[in-house]
Design a protein around this ligand. Structure first.
Ligand code: ADP
Ligand code: MG
Length: 674
């Protein structure tokens, strides 16, 4: 008997060669094959009158051949067959190229179905090389992604064998199917591959979309519950007032609330898994610092991981300042820490001398070991994969885990992407911030812009000029930023102190440039998007972005977040010579809003969800049939059902739920290993 678990090799029609090919595509079992859905369909049931077909779209017509089939050579190796067809609404001309066998089978006076793209003109519509079927054919044909190794047709015939011979186990409990009006698994699989009608296809699709979103959310929920069940160390001495006395400002109410939400988790005995979401400049670093401070005071180590060295160094500086003369010892570990220094730090981490470690991916290497790590924080989480976040946590026994992110994502997507985390939101900016003025101009304004920048620099402020990263000349090590910097330094800004910062510089030079900018020695920093995340120099108030059309909206928002961090009025100037409507629309979004959530929504609307979810960064499995955006209503329905189900049967022990349990287990393992 063939089941979903049967090796693909044992399916009729699949020999050794095809099995190897299918396996290379991740299709190991018959079950996986059945879940390889068509990418499109040929719908022969939706018959149009010739006169009502739309030009340049694929249509199906039912028409009688009313002329002889004429053949002519248009090249030595190319015969074209032409004939006229008619239905009750009008005429059309059909041509076939080189399809001798097909052409000879067709009979004048007989009726057929023709499926193809409609061309020609209003007086005479034409179809070139349409697909042709007998007029009584009634069905919808699947089209699979094809390759030279396996055509869509070949896959279709294998699929037919699979659909007909597999004994499928129901994955959705009957009660849930009844309540949500969902068909059974057998009907769904049959009709997603070989729909008997449009309606059947819709019914099948709805069920499979629901199932996919249901299992995804159930899997994430399990992940969350399992994590919560784990014991975390207990941080119950509250040193928050002491921490507050060490910082130069008063925490905002939102910062305090988020710190307390986290401390509640951390004192509960279970391990924390929390996401802190706060727009750029909302003060996430202070929250991280407070929790690390309190953790250290409670006798546990903590780690903070940042996506760039520059940011790690900045965090290190901020936190060392706060912890000086408190007995808390801090360390910094990045890719450019010297070998000797690294060995020293690793030793002190292992024996517990260092309480607080700040670093980059360098923290993830295997020989970094801790004495008693209690808290792990990832800054700018969206820059890391889920696996990396997990890897740092796995260096201890269920340390409390906190991830911080400024990239706001629409709510529904957040539910999924962060389905395994509790969420805290910093929804308030520190007091005294002034809004940023944003302008969009073309390059004819350049002289004026330079004067505008100088005005700020003369008042003692600092600024950035951001150049897009384009093809770099590796050999000469020249970047557009370098050229631009040289030009300004010798020309327009020769009386000012300029700095250069881009990704291709070596770590030492980067550090030097950053330090001089922090210290105020550099007035104007010519840079690439390396400054996009985290950089915090409140004295900088002017930012000019060249070729602004080349950046994504969320990226522009992040970049702009580098200014407007202190009490000074700030300005952001976007330069572009691109006059397209699309560019104007996008840059207007930035000009008119400073709200990261709103900008993300607009970005999503303009780009579609592909860019948000197409990136594999988030570590979630790719959706086979559901579209997290278009199917968001079903997503919510399924989410509610998951909640109900787990309330009633938290370990899925009911026999009704056994099929489901298997699916979730498979997914859970996938997520866990990711
Ligand atoms: P982000 O959330 O983007 O990481 P940061 O933590 O870098 O923001 O903070 C942005 C700036 O705001 C920093 O200069 C920081 O010192 C300052 N800041 C943070 N919290 C407060 C506060 N409560 N009051 C005043 N300034 C604050
Ligand atoms: Mg930050």
């Amino acid at each position: 008997m063939i089941t979903a678990a049967t090796d693909i090799q044992f399916l009729k029609g699949v020999g050794e060669k095809r099995a190897t090919y299918l396996k290379s595509k991740g299709i190991d079992t018959v079950g996986a094959l059945l879940r390889f859905y068509p990418r499109a369909y040929l719908d022969w049931t939706n018959i149009k009158n010739i006169s009502e077909t739309d030009f340049f779209t694929n249509c199906c017509i039912k028409a009688k051949i009313i002329s002889p089939i004429k053949s002519s050579y248009i090249r030595r190796d190319m015969i074209i067959y032409r004939f006229t067809v008619e239905d009750k609404s009008g005429l059309a001309e059909i041509c076939l190229f080189n399809q001798k066998y097909l052409a000879e089978k067709l009979r004048e006076g007989r009726e057929y179905l023709f499926y193809g793209k409609v061309e020609g003109n209003f007086y005479l519509r034409k179809m070139s090389s349409p697909k042709i079927m007998p007029s009584d054919f009634n069905g919808i044909m699947p089209i699979y992604p094809s390759s030279s190794k396996l055509s869509s047709k070949q896959l279709e015939s294998i699929m037919k064998n699979a659909v007909n011979s597999t004994n499928l186990v129901e994955t959705l409990p009957e009660s849930i199917r009844k309540k949500n009006n969902l068909c059974g698994i057998k009907f769904a699989i049959e009709n997603i591959h070989f729909p008997k009608s449009r309606e059947n296809f819709e019914i099948a699709k709805k069920r499979l979309v629901f199932e996919e979103l249901f299992i995804l959310q159930a899997g994430l929920n399990f992940l969350k519950l399992r994590k919560r069940e784990k014991n975390g160390c207990i941080i119950n001495e509250n040193y928050l007032p002491e921490f507050e006395s060490k910082i130069p400002f008063k925490l905002t109410n939102a910062q305090k609330r988020v710190i307390i939400e986290s401390l509640t988790d951390m004192s509960s005995g279970q391990s924390m898994n929390r996401l802190i979401q706060g727009d750029v400049g909302s003060g996430k670093t202070a929250v991280a610092a407070a929790l690390m401070y309190i953790t250290a005071k409670n006798g546990y180590q903590s780690a903070l991981m940042a996506p760039t060295e520059i940011l790690a160094e900045q965090h290190f500086k901020t936190i060392t300042k706060i912890t000086q003369s408190t007995g808390i010892k801090c360390g910094l570990l990045t890719g450019s820490t010297t070998k000797r220094q690294k060995a020293l730090i690793k030793e002190s981490l292992k024996n517990g001398e260092i309480d607080v470690i700040i670093g980059t991916h360098a923290l993830l290497v295997d020989d970094v070991e801790f004495n008693n790590i209690g808290l792990v924080i990832t800054d700018e989480q969206h820059r890391f994969g889920v696996s990396q976040r997990g890897k740092l946590s796995s260096k201890g026994e269920n340390p409390h885990t906190l991830v911080m992110s400024a990239t706001p994502i629409p709510r529904t997507l957040g539910l999924i992407l962060y389905g395994d985390l509790d969420i805290s939101i910093i929804d308030e900016y520190p007091k005294g911030r002034q809004s940023i003025d944003t302008f969009v101009v073309d390059t004819s304004y350049r002289a004026r812009i330079y004067n505008y920048i100088k005005k700020f620099l003369n008042e003692g402020r600092q600024g950035y000029i951001v150049c897009p990263l384009v093809e770099e000349n590796e050999e000469l090590n020249i970047t557009p930023a370098t050229e631009y910097y040289e030009k300004l330094k010798k020309g327009e800004f020769k009386d000012y102190s300029l700095g250069l910062l881009h990704g291709k510089m070596n770590a030492k030079d980067k550090e030097k440039a950053m330090k001089s900018f922090f210290d105020g020695q550099i007035q104007l920093l010519v840079c690439t998007t390396v400054i996009e995340v985290g950089i915090d120099v409140p004295n900088s108030v002017i930012m000019v972005i060249e070729n602004a059309e080349r950046f994504g909206l969320s990226q522009l928002h992040q970049l702009r977040g580098r200014i407007g961090r202190g009490s000074y009025k700030s300005s952001c100037i976007l330069i572009t010579d691109n006059k397209s409507i699309d560019t104007k629309r996008r840059l207007d979004v930035i000009k008119n809003s400073n709200d990261g959530f709103k900008i993300a929504d607009e970005d999503l609307k303009l780009r579609g969800p592909g860019d948000f979810l197409g990136s594999r960064q988030h570590g979630l499995p790719e959706m086979k049939i559901a579209d997290l955006f278009a199917d968001r209503e079903i997503l919510h329905l399924a989410g509610k059902e998951v909640e109900n189900l787990l309330k009633n049967d938290p370990r899925l022990e009911n026999s009704e739920n056994s099929g489901l349990k298997n699916e979730i287990k498979t997914l859970y393992n996938k997520l866990n290993n990711n």
